[in-house]
Design a protein around this ligand. Structure first.
Ligand SMILES: [Zn+2]
Ligand SMILES: [Zn+2]
Length: 282
């Protein structure tokens, strides 16, 4: 593996700023340098718009939205410091990962104008304001509120479409995350009404010249396929859409994990591995 090709544009969540991650941000960056990365994007989760959207572990720690805003401010301050400190060894892109719960457009745009990140990762973790990727229980709850798994998928891709349109994220995060706890996802993603929305979203991504996240978190969990699943990856390739690995790391031991494998897979599809530098488009 040519080490110059190693990159992740989605990840670097750290225990310092995210309560479901571990380790210090600086130690995560040092790990990327040890592995030979010359470029990395760090994309901490944005704070919620209000206390309704606190994660269970944040509620357990008695944290409020205000506390998380404060942490987020510290994240940018520290990451700017680390970006300078390690500039001779690694090019760090300062990013953030979005949410799409109610009121997110103004919320995210405010965060962008306040913190001026280098770029953003546009992700959807909620359907009908329920965080579906947190646990299988929450996933099933979201599906029952939607009426069925099929409808949940449709709503997910509609939310994603609206998010891409309004935020124009340089990187579109884990495109098919909605399949996270679904054993029948391969067939469900091929259902005509779902496939049509997938193609619509890909057409928008292509027209805005955005980049897709080849997200390796499923491999770290012991699953076989990264997000995006092969049936969609083939369409992405045929449409000439760009894609870049993202480890979605939440600690030192996950930093850079499986990026070599991701590049091997992308090579077999003959994707371009001259990675673009992320920029702010919003
Ligand atoms: Zn996370
Ligand atoms: Zn995510």
């Amino acid at each position: 593996m040519d080490r110059k090709r190693l990159i992740s544009l989605h990840g670097g969540h750290s225990g310092q700023y995210c309560n479901h991650a571990k380790d210090l941000l600086e130690d995560i960056i040092i790990r990327y340098i040890e592995l030979g990365f010359t470029k990395v994007g760090i994309t901490e989760h944005v704070p919620p718009v209000n206390d309704q959207f606190l994660y269970p572990e944040e509620i357990e720690l008695n944290l409020t939205t205000a506390d998380l805003h404060k942490k987020f401010k510290e994240y940018f301050k520290n990451l700017r410091h680390l970006k300078k400190k390690y500039a001779p060894k690694i090019k760090i892109f300062i990013g953030m990962e979005t949410e799409t719960h109610v009121g997110y457009v103004d919320h995210i745009k405010n965060l962008i104008s306040t913190f001026q990140p280098d770029y953003i990762v546009g992700s959807v973790h909620h359907v009908d304001d329920i965080c579906f990727d947190y646990s299988k229980k929450k996933y099933d709850k979201a599906a029952s509120v939607c009426g069925s798994y099929d409808v949940m998928y449709e709503k997910y891709f509609d939310l994603q479409y609206a998010m891409i349109k309004s935020l124009k994220p340089f990187v579109v995060g884990h495109f098919d995350l909605i399949r996270i706890y679904d054993k029948s996802y391969k067939n469900r993603l091929l259902l005509p009404q779902i496939k049509q929305k997938i193609k619509r979203n890909l057409t928008l991504i292509k027209s805005l010249n955005l980049v897709m996240d080849f997200n390796l978190r499923p491999l770290a969990r012991g699953e076989k396929e990264p997000y995006i699943t092969p049936s969609i990856l083939k369409i992405v390739k045929n449409m000439g859409i760009r894609i870049v690995p993202g480890d979605d790391s939440h600690g030192v031991d996950e930093a850079g994990l499986y990026v070599d494998k991701a590049i091997e897979i992308l090579d077999t599809y003959e994707f371009d591995t001259q990675w673009p530098d992320p920029v702010l488009l919003t």
